[in-house]
Design a protein around this ligand. Structure first.
Ligand code: GLN
Length: 485
C-alpha cells in the first residue's frame, strides 16, 4: 500500500485495511516506525525499536496492528518513563499502566512515549525537561499541553492515534491547538493505575485521535473497572462506534457569561459558525448560566497544586530516578529535588504546601473545595435544561513558543473553558471547528470546539460530536506530512 494511503488512514480505517488483508500489520508498523524515527517536532521522548513494538501488540485483537503513541506519564514495564522530568531520568518502571496493557491486549503495538509538560503541569509543552514540542501546523508555535507530544504526533502524522491525560484540559486544549479530536472521559471511566499522579481527584486518561469514531473505539478499549484503581467504575453498556448524522431534539447550552473577554476574534467566529451548524442539523441552542465557573481557575490552582504537593513528595532520591548527592540524607533529599524538578513544578509544590499548611487549610483548600461543589451544582442545573454545554476549547489558537512563559497567570487562562468541566468530573470532547488567524494576524491555525455532557453519557456525547464533525468536514491534511523530516 502507498505511503500516502497509510498516512491518511484513521485508526479505524487502518484496522479495517489490516483485517481485510489489504495491508499487513508488519507493513503498517514499519511505516509508522519510520515516520516516528524522523520526528522533527520533538514529539517523542522514547521510540520503540521494531522488535519491542512488535512484542507489544497481541495478534487477533479488534484493533490489531494499529500502532499507538503513549504519553510519557504512563508507566511502561522495561521502558523509560520520565513524565518529562529530570527527577525521573533513568527510571524504568517494573510494571505497566492498565491503559497501556489494555491497548496492547487489543493488539496495538506501542510506537513510543510522547513529550509533555513536566508532570503534566502546563498548557504549552514548554515545561518539559527534554525540550519543547512543536506544533505541526507552525513549528514556531506550541502544540498546547500538557499532552502536547501526543497531540503533535497525531496531527503531524507520526502516529495514527495516541493516549493522553487530562487534569484541567491537557487532552482537549492540545487537541484543539493541533486540529484533532481529544476526549476527556468522566472521572472514573478509565483506570488511573500506573498513570503518574499529578492531581488524583482530577486526572483522567483519554484518547487523542484524527476523528470521533477513533476516539470511540479507543474509549471502548480503555474504559472499565480495574481492581487496581478503586476510583474506576467504567461506563455501563460500553461504547460503540457512532452513527448519528443529525442533532434533532438535542439541546446545546451556551454559557454566554463565560465566553466574554480575552477570546480571539477568529476563535469566536468559528464558535459562532459551529452554533449555526448545530442549528442546521436540528439541534437547539439555549443560553445558560454557570454562575461559579468564572472562579474555576482560582479554585483549580489551589486544589491541583495541593494534591500535587502530596503526590510529588515521593520523589526524594531514594526510590526513583535521579539521586543528586550521597553526603547525608537531608542534603540528598534537598539537592535531588532542587536539581530534579523544573520551575513550574516547584511553584506548584510551594503553592500546594502553603495551601495545605495548618492555619491556612480552611482559608484556601477548604474554600476551593466549596467552589468546586458550587461548580458541580452549576452543571447539574444546566443539565436539567440542556443535553450538552458548549464553549470554544481555548480562548486563543496555538500561541508562539515563549509567548506566555514569563507570565504563569496568562498561561493558566488557556484553560478557562476546560477547567470547570474537570472540577465537575464530567466528560468533554474537543473537535476541530475550522481554522482562524490569530489576533494580530498570521497564517490560519486550528480552532477547537468543546462539548461537555453529564457524567457517564459518553455515548451520547460521541454521537452528537460525530454528527457535528461530519457537517464541519475539517481537513487536517495540511499538517499531516509536516511532522517528519
Ligand atoms: N494546564 C493545566 C495545568 O497546568 C492543566 C494540565 C493538565 O490537564 N494536566 O495544570
Amino acid at each position: 500500500m502507498a505511503d500516502m494511503q497509510l498516512l491518511a488512514a484513521s485508526g479505524a480505517e487502518t484496522a479495517a485495511q489490516i483485517a481485510a488483508g489489504e495491508v499487513s500489520a508488519d507493513e503498517v508498523l514499519d511505516f509508522w516506525l519510520s515516520r516516528a524515527a524522523n520526528d522533527r517536532l520533538n514529539g517523542y521522548l522514547w521510540k520503540s525499536g521494531p522488535e519491542s513494538a512488535r512484542e507489544g501488540g497481541a495478534p487477533g485483537g479488534p484493533l490489531s496492528g494499529v500502532p499507538i503513541a503513549i504519553k510519557d506519564i504512563f508507566c511502561t514495564e522495561g521502558v523509560p518513563t520520565t513524565a518529562a522530568s529530570r527527577i525521573l531520568g533513568g527510571y524504568v518502571p517494573p510494571y505497566t499502566a492498565t491503559s497501556v496493557s489494555k491497548t496492547a491486549a487489543a493488539g496495538m503495538p506501542m510506537l513510543g512515549k510522547t513529550n509533555m509538560d513536566e508532570f503534566a503541569m502546563g498548557s504549552s509543552n514548554e515545561n518539559s525537561a527534554y525540550g519543547a514540542c512543536l506544533n505541526p501546523w507552525d513549528t514556531e508555535r506550541v502544540p498546547g499541553g500538557s499532552s502536547g507530544g501526543s497531540a503533535a504526533v497525531v496531527a503531524g502524522g507520526l502516529a495514527p492515534w495516541a493516549l493522553g491525560t487530562d487534569t484541567g484540559g491537557s487532552i482537549r486544549q492540545p487537541a484543539g491547538f493541533c486540529g484533532i479530536v481529544g476526549l476527556k472521559p468522566t472521572y472514573g471511566a478509565i483506570s488511573r493505575y500506573g498513570m503518574i499522579a499529578f492531581a488524583s481527584s482530577l486526572d483522567q486518561c483519554g484518547p487523542l485521535t484524527r476523528n470521533v469514531t477513533d476516539a470511540a473505539l479507543l474509549l471502548e478499549v480503555l474504559q472499565g473497572r480495574d481492581e487496581m484503581d478503586t476510583t474506576s467504575v467504567g461506563i455501563e453498556g460500553g461504547i460503540k462506534a457512532p452513527t448519528a448524522e443529525r442533532l434533532d431534539g438535542m439541546t446545546f447550552g451556551v454559557p454566554r457569561g463565560l465566553i466574554g473577554e480575552g477570546i480571539e476574534a477568529g476563535v469566536l467566529a468559528r464558535f459562532e459558525d459551529t452554533l449555526i451548524r448545530i442549528a442546521e442539523l436540528g439541534g437547539e441552542i439555549v443560553d445558560i448560566e454557570l454562575p461559579h465557573a468564572g472562579h474555576a481557575i482560582s479554585a483549580y490552582y489551589v486544589l491541583a497544586p495541593a494534591e500535587a504537593s502530596t503526590n510529588l513528595s515521593r520523589y526524594d532520591g531514594v526510590r526513583y530516578g535521579l539521586r543528586s548527592s550521597d553526603e547525608d540524607l537531608l542534603s540528598m533529599y534537598e539537592l535531588t529535588r532542587e536539581e530534579g524538578f523544573g520551575p513550574e513544578v516547584k511553584r506548584r509544590i510551594m503553592l500546594g504546601t502553603y495551601a495545605l499548611s495548618s492555619g491556612y487549610y480552611d482559608a484556601y483548600y477548604g474554600r476551593a473545595q466549596k467552589v468546586r461543589t458550587r461548580i458541580v451544582e452549576d452543571f447539574d442545573s444546566a443539565f436539567a435544561k440542556v443535553d450538552f454545554v458548549v464553549t470554544p476549547t481555548s480562548p486563543t489558537v496555538a500561541f508562539r513558543l515563549g509567548e506566555k512563559t514569563a507570565d504563569p497567570w496568562t498561561m493558566y487562562l488557556s484553560d478557562v473553558f476546560t477547567v470547570p468541566i474537570s472540577l465537575a468530573g464530567i466528560p468533554a470532547i474537543s473537535i476541530p471547528a475550522g481554522l482562524a488567524e490569530p489576533d494580530g494576524g498570521g497564517p490560519e491555525l486550528p480552532v477547537g470546539f468543546q462539548i461537555a455532557a453529564p457524567a457517564f453519557s459518553e455515548q451520547k456525547l460521541i454521537e452528537a460530536s460525530h454528527a457535528l464533525e461530519q457537517a464541519i468536514g475539517f481537513d487536517g491534511s495540511a499538517a499531516l506530512e509536516g511532522g517528519a523530516r
